[in-house]
Design a protein around this ligand. Sequence first.
Ligand SMILES: [Cu+2]
Length: 571
Amino acid sequence: MARQQVALLLALAFALVVLSSTASAAVVQHTFNVENVTVTKLCQKHVITAVNGALPGPTIQVTEGDTLVVHVFNKSPYNVTIHWHGVFQLLSGWADGPSYITQCPIRPGHSYTYKFTITDQEGTLWWHAHVSFLRATVYGALIILPKSRHYPFATPHKQFPIILGEWWNANVIDIENQAQALGVPPNNSNAYTINGRPGDLYPCSKKHTYKLKVVHGKTYMLRIINAALNNQLFFKIANHKLTVVAVDASYTNPYVTDVVLLAPGQTADVLLITNQTPRAYYMAARPYVSAQNAPAPDNTTTTGILIYDQLPSTSPIMPILPAYNDTPTAHKFSSSLTSLVSSPNWKPVPKKLDEQILTTIGLSVSLCGGTNKCTFVSNKPFLRMSANMNNASFQLPQNLSILQAHFFNKKGIYTADFPGQPPLKFNYTDPVLSNSTALLFARQSTRVKQVKYNATVEIVFQDTSLIGVENHPMHLHGYNFHVVGQGFGNFDPVNDRKKFNLVNPVIRNTIGVPVGGWAAIRFQANNPGAWILHCHLDAHLSLGLATVIIVENGPTSSSTLPPPPHDLPQC
Ligand SMILES: [Cu+2]
């Protein structure tokens, strides 16, 4: 063979290798300009902070294995970070995004490039701001398509993101600052939204209602995301059954239901078969509020319209939604889901445990701070409302992120003494104790739990009745977890353990812990980094319902977190 021919063949072979590797794993680039824009909603003009001027922000679509590169330019007047909710961030913890946990915020006028590869997961996730209350308007869908291009069910005719949101007729940063200053819960929202639109039950909203046009006799996939700040939501479509096939980007055994419940942070992929009389039907969402004796919630209803075959949308049929305090319906949905063992990224449940944590989750009071003008407890202006895990009310560091402090071994930012058991045992869910002065006070601190690489971890979340019982949606960064059990009342380590599902429990990144009850999760700590574990109601996160799990490096370079990127924002 002539020398030129060999060279040509080699060049061709090289080109093929390059082509095949780029075909299977692309680099997907986006630019996020975070800036203030004026929008009109509920009859008024509002200035909101949004990405690229849109609410919701851009939908990101990738294929599993792709590398996502997002250049974030903060042109807003506020500190900003972006979190990629549910993305594992394997060895890329510097891109996770929670402010003061894995990075300091991007200051106004500055930028940061998030770069990470999406591996071993597919389905519906989302992105949102992870600083203050900004995620009320800074959010969007993150859809991961299967590398194989096949779902574990027949490929739907079409698919649509359905993003549920929460809207205030006020600046959300002002709402948060006011709540912080007075040490009280934040004001209720004024509306819920579907894909950024309140829907026609609200004033001045009719012509902007979200409309989903379908044809008769097809199967559609709705990728539903609850991006609301502080409320769980029931979702229904009139006259239609929905089949849940995945939650939090983990496939489930198909579960047929007429109502879906999503806590903030959760997603559900549902199949919708358009087999009803062609006409218009409402899709609608309104809150599930589990707190008892709490002030009345924003119990309004957001709607979109499902329109068959181009028929006009006059008088759509309205579904009957569960009452806002319908805990049995909420619990039935949450406890009926199981994972699809045959799906590509399924992992077995850890059975031998290295770490077992029991932590209370709930409300408390802490020192007001500042000028002692808190109004939460009458005649006690030195006390604010707070929230805690195992009596530690989590306080964010201010001078360095926890991951930086861990990585560079800087002392004084956190202490690695988060208690693995409640410091005081009591009848956690006894309503008689809800105002017990001896139990109510929680000190603010920055206490984290440190675990060895690859440790198998079980965490039992135990709700308390202090101030009031409530369903807290607990979200863990960096991992999915198996929800091996859940129930009402106090966790019984003997009898409840016997009922654990160690075969096919649902796999999630956010679990709504039953109101006045408990939930047990398990995961394997195979991803070094600093991972916040927190209530995904922003109102409770900002009160301190959080801790951080630091996972140490493993023995090899493929189990070691690399150094931070050069543009990591500094405090
Ligand atoms: Cu909560």
